[in-house]
Design a protein around this ligand. Structure first.
Ligand code: ITT
Length: 183
C-alpha cells in the first residue's frame, strides 16, 4: 500500500517513510507548501488544512502538523513552532529559558488523513525537557534542544524514530488503517 504525505519538510517525510516501512507501507512525498490556517490547537489547524487541500487533491493523502510545547512558556511556541523556528530559532528558545528551572516540554504531532471522502485525525506526543545548550548534529528543527533522557533528539539519530511524537501518531494511524482498510 502507498500513502501520499503532503509536506514541505523533508525531515518529517524521511521519518514518516522510515517508520511506515516497518509496517510494510510505502510513503510517497507530495512536496508542497500549503497555506496553513490559524488555530488554537494543532488538531484544528490540521483539519482545516486537510479540508482545503482535499478540494484540490482528489485522492487520499495525509498531512501532519507538529509543534514543541514548553511548559514554563505556557505552551509556546506550540502552534507557532514553524514561524518561531524561522525567526528566533533554537538560540531564541534557549535565551527565553535562561535561568528557568522548569524545563519540561513535549512534542506533539497530529496527522489528518483524507480517505477520499472524510478526514480522520491521530495524535502522538513525547515528553522531554529543554536542554541547556544545543547538542547533536542529526535530526532537524528543534531536535538539538529537546532532551529525551540524557540525550537530545539530535544526538539520538535513528533511535529518535522509536519514541517520537511522529512515531506515536503514525502508529495510531497505521493501526487504524490496517483495521479499517487493509483487512
Ligand atoms: P509542513 O509543510 O508539513 O507544514 P512545516 O515545517 O511547516 O512543514 P509544521 O507547520 O508542522 O511543519 O511546523 C512544525 C515545526 O516544528 C517545524 O518548524 C518543525 O521543524 C518543528 N518540528 C516538528 N517536528 C519536529 C521534530 O520531530 N523534531 C524537531 N522539530 C520538529
Amino acid at each position: 500500500m502507498k500513502l501520499n504525505f503532503i509536506t514541505s519538510n523533508e525531515g518529517k517525510f524521511r521519518e514518516a517513510r522510515e517508520i511506515a516501512s516497518s509496517y510494510g507501507i510505502e510513503v510517497a512525498w507530495l512536496k508542497m507548501k500549503y497555506d496553513e490556517f490559524q488555530g488554537d490547537t494543532l488538531e484544528e489547524i490540521a483539519v482545516k488544512s486537510a479540508k482545503a487541500l482535499s478540494k484540490a487533491i482528489g485522492e487520499p493523502f495525509f498531512i501532519e502538523d507538529s509543534g514543541l510545547f514548553v511548559e514554563a512558556l505556557n505552551g509556546f511556541p506550540g502552534v507557532y513552532s514553524s514561524y518561531v523556528l524561522k525567526t528566533i530559532g533554537n538560540p531564541g528558545i534557549l535565551k527565553l529559558m535562561d535561568g528557568v528551572e522548569n524545563r519540561k516540554a513535549y512534542f506533539e504531532a497530529v496527522i489528518a488523513f483524507y480517505d477520499g471522502s472524510e478526514i480522520h485525525t491521530f495524535v502522538g506526543r513525547v515528553e522531554g525537557e529543554i536542554a541547556e545548550e544545543m547538542r547533536g548534529e542529526k535530526g532537524f528543527g528543534y531536535d538539538p534542544i529537546f532532551l529525551y533522557g540524557d540525550r537530545t533528539f539530535a544526538e539520538m539519530g535513528e533511535a529518535k524514530n522509536a519514541v517520537s511524537h511522529r512515531r506515536r501518531a503514525l502508529e495510531n494511524f497505521l493501526r487504524w488503517l490496517s483495521e479499517n482498510f487493509l483487512s
